[in-house]
Design a protein around this ligand. Sequence first.
Ligand code: GLU
Length: 265
Amino acid sequence: MNKIIGRELLNNCNRIVVKVGTTTLTYDNGKLNLQRVSKLAWVLSDLKSQGKEIALVSSGAITVGTERLGLTKRPKDIKGKQAASAVGQAVLMQIYQNLFLEYNQQVAQILLTKDIIDNPVRKENARNTFFELFKLGVIPIINENDTVSIDELEFSDNDTLSSYVACLIDCDLLIILSDIEGLYEEDPKKNPNAHKIDIINKIDQNIYDIAGGPLSEHGTGGMHTKISAAQRATQAGIKTIVASGSEPNIIFKILAGDNIGTLFV
Ligand code: GLU
């Protein structure tokens, strides 16, 4: 794997937020991809053992809840989604708890809504909780509090949420893992020889144009929401990587400086 000058510095990142999307965590039938989730728990636990502070932003609650409730289709109405996420979030946390415990790591659940970030007192409170958890050696697992989120409170997608979390806790690196390998100059589905952009120093309209519309990918967020998350994070001085989550140990390679995904600096 070829190395990119400067990327090896990523290994110095100490506080890291990792975001994984629903399509990475689940199979098409809505069941959890346990192989992948187990590997993720293993990788994050190992980084924790290396002395890094890790926070995981995990989607999947609505999809897992839909499957657990035996519904044939993901609900479309707000209350249906909220009910599914209430069930799915508990299932997700139970599984994370068990998997991380295998590696002697304690996890914690943090459910956020946009109004917490918008309110200085509540924001400070949330921030203090994160720092206390880090002090106690715990890995926080964050999702939007879908069960009570309504339009005005919504982050709208977990890419956005992850960038707010990254800024809230002043992390060094945000890693967004999904079914997308990175940002390509052209749609790789249309042109298999399309060139991946390895590093982006400036996010401008051209980058958004390359990324396409907000609904160009599976899941709630598309490449568009990832670029806008990267923009929020990099404006706060936080490096951001968008890469494929199909093999969670890719995180080790990213930190080793391998040319994986698209790095926004
Ligand atoms: N909070 C949603 C869930 O856990 C996911 C939103 C997203 O993936 O952007 O199902």
